[in-house]
Ligand binder design. Structure first.
Ligand code: PAF
Length: 294
């Protein structure tokens, strides 16, 4: 397949290398205009990718949009006119709400979303490290996307397994959003690793967050039990105890965070459903204050 990856952060680069190794013709699209980008991955010799070429975009069968939620619209809008008929667009990022404004413009294309638990980072020698073996769930954001499940899933699974299909991707995205609402803002506010949230004071607060999140999810027609969500958040805290969350890293590096697409999205839906969410609201404001101080 001809695949173009938009965004050369850790996850975009990881997919680029695995898809290249699986024999696909992979090109990259970044914020600059360099005609080629070299990526160093694991023990392999650096891989040279064609980059930022309109011809690659014209020929792409699949475009993977792997930029942060707040970059999605700005990054994709100029590219849409260059996509060939039938080119599939697959989004992968933390949070929700970023793709909604683009769906009408992508109505002629199959549109998918992939949520992944793989851990990846680009180390201080610019090497891509696959730090945590995870799994990827793919689902359709439009009807054309749903028709592609039997082609896309085996192709991605061959490159970086396991990849599975979920007919209800909204539920999967909300489940991930709920966990991110519980962990990410608190680690950024307390400047701590995920594992340090397992203290009685913080646990009481996470419980209160879970009650609010579960009310919003239920009102949105999704399944969410607050006790089960709390138990899941504890599992993730334990399993990732040594990690710094993505929001913690963004604040530490003085980068814009994904709060508007994580807690911010929850607050938007809560408002639409007329549900009060004061605990989540407070965390949202605290993160916005930290961003403003940068
Ligand atoms: O955003 C993150 O960092 C991760 O999704 C999670 C699950 C909170 C683990 O660090």
């Amino acid at each position: 397949m001809n695949i173009t990856i938009l965004g050369v952060g850790a996850i975009g680069s990881l997919w680029a290398c695995y898809l290249h190794n699986a024999g696909h013709h992979v090109s990259l699209w970044s914020r600059d205009t360099a005609p080629s980008i070299s990526l160093s991955f694991a023990q392999q010799a650096p891989i040279q990718f064609s980059a930022n070429q309109i011809s690659d975009m014209n020929n792409a069968d699949l475009v993977i949009v792997a930029v942060k939620a707040w970059q999605v619209e700005q990054a994709l809008l100029p590219i849409i006119p260059h996509l060939k008929k039938g080119c599939c667009v697959l989004f992968t990022h933390n949070g929700m709400g970023a793709v909604d404004p683009l769906l009408a413009q992508l109505s002629e294309h199959p549109v998918l979303f992939a949520t992944t638990t793989h851990g990846a980072l680009i180390d201080n020698q610019s090497k891509i490290q696959h730090t945590g073996q995870g799994q990827t769930t793919v689902g359709a954001l439009n009807e054309r996307g749903a028709l592609l499940s039997s082609q896309i899933v085996p192709m991605l699974d061959h490159a970086l397994a396991p990849v599975s299909w979920d007919d209800n991707i909204q539920q999967a995205l909300w489940n991930k959003l709920a966990i991110n609402c519980c962990i990410n803002p608190l680690t950024a506010i307390h400047n701590c690793r995920n594992g340090e949230l397992a203290q009685s004071e913080t646990l009481t607060l996470i419980q209160a967050l879970c009650v609010e999140i579960s009310k919003v999810m239920t009102a949105e027609g999704l399944t969410c039990d607050s006790d089960a969500l709390f138990a899941k958040s504890q599992q993730v805290i334990q399993a990732t105890s040594a990690n710094f969350s993505s929001m913690h890293q963004d604040i530490q590096h003085q980068r814009r965070t994904e709060i508007d697409y994580i807690t911010g999205y929850l607050l938007q839906r809560a408002k639409a459903q007329q549900i009060l969410t004061p605990y989540n609201q407070t965390l949202y404001q605290q993160i916005k204050q930290k961003e403003a101080q940068q």
